[in-house]
Design a protein. Structure first.
Length: 92
């Protein structure tokens, strides 16, 4: 999105006039964000890494969190996906 359109998009949203109860809300968490937040120890196994993710999410967001991983097709290699993402994001 171009810099000039961000402000107009922001103005399209109306302010929330109701109180928000965080206890009854649901958190949607970007799985890519978690990749940056959770520390992996060298030599960790997949179950260990997975347990670390679950512990982090349960500690920070309780049981009302949904983690979404998107943009990573199952048949793609990890190296190919960021390049494709960059190509899609380029402004023409």
């Amino acid at each position: 999105m171009r810099k000039g359109t961000k402000y107009s998009l922001y103005k399209a949203f109306k302010p929330c006039t109701q109180d928000f109860n965080a206890e009854s809300g649901v958190y949607f968490i970007d799985g890519g964000y978690l990749l940056q937040r959770v520390i992996w120890k060298r030599g960790s196994t997949f179950p260990s890494i997975c347990d670390n993710y679950v512990t982090y999410v349960c500690t920070k967001y309780k049981s009302t969190a949904l983690v979404l991983f998107y943009g990573y097709p199952e048949n793609e290699t990890i190296g190919g996906t960021p390049e494709e993402h960059r190509n899609k994001c380029q402004v023409k």
